[in-house]
Design a protein around this ligand. Structure first.
Ligand code: SF4
Length: 343
């Protein structure tokens, strides 16, 4: 009587991009049972129309595997506060971030009774987190040493436990390395992986401008509300002479979003007699911030050329009270737009 081989199960990190789709297909072709996890963060640059979450959903549906979407924003913020492995060109703590994500994947693996973790990582593809030495560090510090299978680059690593034990067939995996996408595109054609998105997704933490904004926020509040982080993605950000953050939206959509994100105590202001943006002063606005924000609000509205402009303001949470107003000149706004610190 022959013993039937036990079907092994793995957790796969699924972004929905080409590499992770290939990894899914290669593991399914080997008869591995898969469950996918997709990490989303407040720092993804994808849009609601084309998000990595929806790409991961599409891929999971296409391959008939369950998907768990996990929000990793808090973990990334913790990684920024304690970036033991340093930052990339922005405020991106990629090694610490990957370690924290893989720790969660390991916990999910244990909880769901899976045997190992699969990733679509490619040796040397990303400068910070997919350098060979970094990949080993991430593996060790996430507690997944010997338990990560990387089907696209397996031959460039020592065989992992699932390979040594024969749970997966190492011979049916690849040795892809570097940043060229050609081998993956060729492999996709061979495996019949056709519908994959452009690799357009990114992380705002790598953007130097956004990094400067986030640094400022974290210096004031190491654990800021998510709404304040979302606000940093919008508008022109000026720093008042007294150090307050003044955000001037660039269009109606940003105005609407900034208003929705305003926190209790934030000041909202707009010109009273002309169309224009609703500016937001974050936090505890003092007289200098109020005057400067009012002038900037006038500068970016339709009354910008007028000599005298009335700008009304209220604090979020005090909407039932009387609106207050400040008189400013358009010229002040033009001057401040050039002289105040802008991020
Ligand atoms: S690019 Fe952003 S999400 Fe990706 S590992 Fe780096 S910090 Fe984390």
């Amino acid at each position: 009587m022959t013993m039937e081989k036990k079907k092994r199960k793995a957790i796969i990190l699924l972004s929905g991009g080409l590499d992770s789709r290939l990894a899914v297909k290669m593991m399914l072709d080997q008869g591995i049972g898969l469950e996918a996890v997709n990490f989303v963060t407040a720092f993804c640059t994808c849009t609601a129309k084309s998000s990595c979450k929806s790409e991961a959903r599409k891929a999971a549906e296409e391959y008939g595997i369950p998907l768990k979407v996990l929000n990793a924003t808090r973990e990334i913020l913790a990684a920024i506060r304690d970036a033991r492995h340093g930052f990339g060109r922005g405020i991106n703590p990629c090694l610490d971030c990957r370690i924290s994500m893989l720790r969660r994947a390991r916990a999910y693996m244990q909880q769901s009774g899976a045997d190992f973790v699969v990733t679509g990582e490619v040796w040397g593809e990303r400068p910070m987190s997919q350098r060979p030495d970094a990949m080993r560090t991430i593996e060790r510090e996430s507690g997944l040493e010997d338990l990560i299978v990387r089907p696209l680059s397996a031959h460039l690593f020592e065989p992992s436990l699932p390979e040594r034990e024969g749970w997966v067939d190492r011979e049916r995996m690849m040795a892809i390395e570097g940043r060229s996408r050609k081998p993956q595109i060729q492999l996709a054609a061979e495996l019949g992986v056709n519908d994959y998105p452009c690799p357009a997704g990114g992380c705002l933490l790598c953007d130097r401008n956004f990094a400067a904004r986030l640094r400022l926020l974290l210096d004031e509040d190491p654990e800021p509300p998510l709404a304040d982080i979302q606000s940093l993605k919008l508008g022109r950000l000026f720093i008042s002479s007294s150090g307050r953050k003044i955000i001037i939206p660039r269009n109606e959509d940003e105005t609407r979003r900034l208003e929705a994100l305003a926190q209790p105590g934030d000041v909202l202001m707009s010109a009273l007699s002309a169309m224009g943006p609703t500016a937001v002063i974050k936090g505890d606005a003092d007289d200098a911030a109020l005057a400067e924000a009012a002038a900037l609000t006038a500068r970016y509205g339709q009354a910008r050329e007028q000599e005298k402009i009335m700008v009304g303001w209220r604090r979020r949470g005090e909407e039932s009270g009387e609106e207050q107003a400040l008189e400013v000149t358009g010229a002040d706004g033009w001057r401040l737009a050039k002289t105040l610190r802008r991020l």
